[in-house]
Design a protein around this ligand. Structure first.
Ligand code: SF4
Ligand code: FES
Length: 270
């Protein structure tokens, strides 16, 4: 990506896309080149892909499959690797929130799906991230009394704990951390999900069991081990800190010391 520059007259840009195309899981893929002669700097990256798909439809060709939902940086669906970086070149920005004004007339952009064994490609730029859903489900329930809504001040939460829990809860489950990690480790995601409950009083009853079960599920899904490259934190659009991983490691170790006899031993955490 060069310093942004647009056509002085129209403000429009000519963009060449090198896009990964793959008909389905376990099918060979290839890079396809497409030229867009009229890209507005005001478009989002996904709107630019919409324009490409409209042109493909008009030509009777198969559209490029890519995942998206909210297009507001909330849902975590937009799993694109743009010029070798999960979610693209802008820090703390999801692919759907990246705008074409960051590009220049004449730029060539490479677009691929997230790469990790646990995220198999479904088609083109879409990957299956249901492994994350299974990890969340392994975390299980949170004990909560039934009956009428409790008073808001019945359980006091220290402000620093509430802030850290809220920071961890900002994780949108996008998977960029695993896609950016050379080991395809999902530790940052799992640590964020463990931390946001472990920091709150409501998360204490199942705290140890939750950490063990989610780490075990992560290992079962085939994610790699964390070897402290910290690429996850650099790629994370929500600024989740690797401090969460340290906190989860501590919970995991303490849980083993206490007990969890019905869960298997051995994991990528250590
Ligand atoms: S930790 Fe960050 S990169 Fe990983 S899933 Fe959550 S939001 Fe995405
Ligand atoms: S489409 Fe929802 S975060 Fe990008």
């Amino acid at each position: 990506m060069s310093a942004p520059s647009h056509d002085a007259g129209s403000g429009r840009m000519r963009i060449t896309l090198k896009i990964w195309r793959q008909e389905g899981p376990n099918r060979p893929g290839k890079v396809e080149t497409h030229f867009l002669p009229d890209v507005s700097p005001h478009m989002s990256f996904l709107e630019m892909l919409d324009v490409l798909n409209e042109r493909l439809i008009a030509s009777g060709l198969d559209t490029v499959a890519f995942d998206h939902d909210c297009r507001e940086g909330i849902c975590g669906a937009c799993s694109l690797v743009i010029d070798g970086r999960a979610h693209g070149p802008e820090a703390l920005t999801t692919a759907c929130q990246l705008h074409m004004r960051h590009y220049s007339d004449g730029d060539t952009i490479h677009v691929e799906p997230f790469r990790a064994n646990a995220f198999p490609v479904l088609k083109d730029l879409m990957v299956d991230r249901s492994a994350f859903d299974r990890i969340i489900s392994a975390g299980g329930f949170v004990s909560s009394p039934t009956g009428s809504a409790p008073d808001g001040n019945a359980i006091l939460v220290p402000k620093p704990d509430a802030d850290r829990a809220m920071d961890a809860a900002a994780c949108i489950g996008c998977g960029a951390c695993a896609a950016a990690c050379p080991n395809a480790s999902a530790m940052l995601f799992v640590a964020a999900k463990v931390a946001h409950l472990a920091l709150l009083p409501q998360g204490q009853p199942e705290r140890e069991r939750r950490a063990l079960a989610m780490v075990h599920a992560m290992d079962e899904e085939g994610f790699g081990s964390c070897t402290n490259h910290f690429e996850c934190m650099a790629a994370c659009p929500k600024g989740i800190s690797v401090e969460s991983i340290a906190r989860m490691n501590r919970d995991f170790a303490l849980s083993f010391l206490k007990e969890a006899p019905d869960l298997p031993t051995g994991s990528s955490v250590g």
